[in-house]
Design a protein around this ligand. Structure first.
Ligand SMILES: *Cc1c(COP(=O)(O)O)cnc(C)c1O
Length: 358
């Protein structure tokens, strides 16, 4: 018997969420982002779920090559471009497009000798101060790219720091858009700005291509819930109770005795722990479903187990079904309780967790 812990990936939910993204930006093309093993869902499953996308975006060069081997024929974009000159051979051989965000990457293109040309996406640092050329250096980078024989089309991209938080004190989306528009004025080439948050909340900046990621997996970067946007969870993590303890007032639970019962209660033991990708920092109170009833984690998360409060679930017994996140319990709710984001939980799904499709 395998451990009862199971991640179920709903391909139809991936398809549905992609359709939601397209509805948000009906005139834009879509780079479906499937970096990090399709946010933990599996690259090949992501490819199938996003078959209707116009292109696939990711970070990993070997992942991009694998998508070609799996039969993906539409565009592929490396969102951080190449990491070393040798990657350019792989990119050219597979017809992969690349971001160009720094002078070193331009130098690699200048010095390479390729059998075919590459389409590039020149990245503007419009205020996030992560990757990209500053506005003042953007035109010169563009002109330099134009002279390189290995470069075919030049497109333009930037990335938002605060698309999900209009009230943030930092760099506002509108300022980043204004800088992008100014930097690319009169230049011919397709433009892409929007991540999921911008896709969902700022339809007006959709431009030629959008780059949604997290929304396609049925989670949101904040503000409203995924369900309010009509998104469906693509990953549901389920397990079972493998033990039950009856404890008395004053008894403690788990490592460090971090939870102490204030009354007699039943505590369930779930086969899922931090070695499976469950967040170790999830505190007492983190939501979990047992037998379809919402209850809470109690005590410290262990490597292979968590404890849950069964006070309100008298029918719970060994073998009762448990949902850690997904259908019936939004991953965003669990993430928020654990002080993280749905992205991290999905991506951290461990190798040892069995994965099935539905
Ligand atoms: C990850 C990523 C995205 C997608 O972001 P989400 O918040 O998951 O929608 C878009 N563009 C770039 C450059 C990225 O790295």
């Amino acid at each position: 018997m395998p451990r009862p812990l199971l991640a179920t990936i709903d391909i139809a939910a991936l398809q549905h969420n992609l359709a939601v993204a397209k509805t948000c930006a009906p005139t834009a093309k879509v780079w479906a982002v499937l970096k990090a093993n399709a946010y933990g869902h599996g690259l090949e499953r992501g490819m199938r779920g996003f078959a209707a996308a116009d292109g696939l975006g990711l970070i990993e060069v070997e992942g991009a090559a694998r998508l070609r081997e799996l039969g993906w024929q539409k565009p592929i974009l490396l969102l951080e471009g190449v990491f070393e000159a040798a990657d350019l051979q792989v990119v050219a051989a597979h017809g992969i497009e690349i971001a160009v965000h720094c002078a070193e990457q331009i130098a690699m293109l200048e010095q390479t000798n390729l059998s075919s040309q590459i389409d590039v996406h020149l990245k503007l640092n419009s205020g996030m101060n992560r990757l990209g050329f500053k506005p003042a250096a953007f035109r010169a980078a563009y002109e330099r790219l134009r002279t390189i024989p290995a470069v075919r089309n030049i497109a333009f991209m930037t990335h938002f720091a605060n698309a999900e938080h209009a009230a943030n004190p930092g760099m506002p989306l509108s300022e980043q858009v204004a800088r992008f528009d100014a930097a690319t004025v009169n230049l011919v080439g397709s433009r892409s700005l929007s991540n999921s948050a911008a896709t969902l909340l700022h339809a007006e900046v959709a431009a030629d291509w959008i780059r949604p990621g997290i929304m396609l997996y049925g989670a949101t970067p904040g503000v409203k819930t995924a369900a309010q946007f009509g998104l469906r969870p693509a990953m549901t993590l389920t397990s079972e109770l493998i033990g039950i303890q009856e404890i008395a007032a004053g008894d403690s639970v788990g490592y460090g005795s971090r939870f102490i019962a204030d009354r007699p209660m039943r505590v369930g033991v779930v086969a899922c722990g931090y070695a499976d990708g469950y967040p170790r920092h999830a505190p007492t109170g983190t939501p979990v479903l047992v037998d379809g009833v919402k209850t809470r984690v109690v005590g410290n998360v262990s490597m292979d187990m968590i404890n849950v409060d069964l006070s309100t679930i008298p029918q719970a017994r060994v073998g009762s079904p448990v949902t850690l996140w997904g259908e019936g319990l939004p991953i965003d709710e669990v993430a928020q309780a654990a002080g993280t984001v749905g992205y991290e939980l999905m991506c951290a799904l461990a190798q040892r967790v069995r994965v099935v499709e539905r």
